[in-house]
Design a protein. Structure first.
Length: 371
């Protein structure tokens, strides 16, 4: 039987081939910390994504996970019961296997240096509570779209923007001499790093999500084009649907541009951290380019994906110019110009923070009894 660390290393590519590539480029305690943080995120994602699971049970499981993460004494007594309660969760075989081995992930988490643990705990705990909050909005067996673009940003913050903030704080531990200007650039764009990647996924998975009864396309975007939610999802006008999706891709592109600023603020002598950011960012940009004005988005449950040859090209070529901000910007702009992608007005992080402050997240110790 493999030890707990080797289990976690082996589990990562089974639940995410993409992130297994860029996490592997990290070294030492940073590698261990980011890998474990990602597996935690995947565990709560599996609970949230369970298509057959009652929303009330999801909420209890998510809040209890936050409690387990924040309270080691509680974890010691309650983790095995939580894993047992997760027997009702549905999903892919690899995700469910990871869920059943949550204790092994926690074993490695407990071995991390405390300064790394303290960057992971608040972010993943808040993610779980944010997911629980949005579960109250989604009705089982009924399409429940988000209201508007602001609510989409709020949802994406909890499932991905928090990851950007967590990574930023973890990177700061490795960059003690980082300039004040670079620190501010990273802090101001960390949320966009997560939002850009998440909104790319939302865009490419529209049909698959619809078939599961979910929709992350805001009702406001649909109504702007003179359609009802039902008309959008039934595909009465491919032309109008594409215009709705182009608005979403435009916003996504803006977040990815901010993610580039985040990545370039990392000193080029810390190449492993730069590549960690650049690889998924370039893959997201190529994906957005492939989605642009693409009717296949609306007709197939198989998500539009970039080719393996494109992935290999990104992995082989970006290390050749990642040291240069000028070359990074030029490569990024080439992708934009090739598909004539347009950027929206700048993302207002402060406005998002104000709205997030009004969202009543449940305390981690309440309503978390075993299910």
């Amino acid at each position: 039987m493999v030890d707990d660390w080797q289990y976690c290393v082996n589990a990562l590519p089974k639940v995410s081939r993409t992130f297994a590539l860029n996490i592997a480029v990290l070294r030492g305690e940073m590698h261990r910390s980011v890998l474990i943080a990602y597996l935690f995120c995947r565990i709560v994602d599996t609970v949230e994504d369970a298509g057959e699971l009652d929303g009330g049970i999801k909420i209890k499981l998510l809040l209890e996970f936050a409690h387990l993460l924040e309270d080691p004494a509680h974890r010691k007594n309650a983790l095995s019961q939580w894993v047992q309660d997760c027997d009702v969760v549905d999903g892919s075989a690899n995700d469910l296997e990871l869920l059943s081995e949550t204790a092994r992930v926690f074993n490695i988490f407990d071995s991390l240096d405390e300064k790394y643990q303290q960057q992971i705990i608040p972010s993943v705990s808040k993610m779980a509570r944010g997911m629980a909050y949005f579960q109250k909005r989604f009705e089982r067996d009924k399409m429940t779209p988000l209201e508007d673009e602001e609510e989409l940003e709020e949802y994406c913050y909890f499932v991905a923007g928090l990851v950007g903030e967590m990574l930023c704080n973890l990177f700061f531990l490795e960059l003690p001499t980082l300039s004040k200007k670079a620190r501010e650039t990273m802090k101001n764009n960390a949320v966009s790093f997560g939002l850009g990647l998440q909104m790319t996924n939302i865009s490419k998975d529209i049909v698959a999500d619809r078939e599961r009864g979910w929709s992350y396309i805001p009702k406001g975007l649909i109504k702007e084009k003179g359609l009802t939610v039902e008309e959008f999802h039934s595909g009465v006008s491919i032309e109008k649907n594409l215009k709705i999706l182009e608005k979403l891709l435009q916003k996504t592109t803006g977040h990815l541009e901010d993610a580039l600023k985040f990545s370039m603020a990392i000193p080029n002598h810390k190449m492993s951290i730069r590549l960690f950011c650049i690889w998924p960012l370039w893959m997201a940009m190529e994906t957005v380019a492939a989605l642009h004005n693409n009717p296949a988005l609306l007709t197939s449950s198989a998500p539009v994906k970039i080719s393996r040859s494109t992935v290999r090209r990104i992995l082989w070529t970006t290390p050749l110019f990642a040291y240069s901000d000028f070359l990074l910007e030029r490569s990024f702009q080439n992708i934009l110009e090739t598909r004539d992608l347009q950027s929206p007005s700048r993302f207002n992080l402060e406005n998002l923070k104000k709205r997030l402050g009004k969202i009543p997240l449940a305390p981690v110790t309440s309503n978390t009894q075993p299910v």
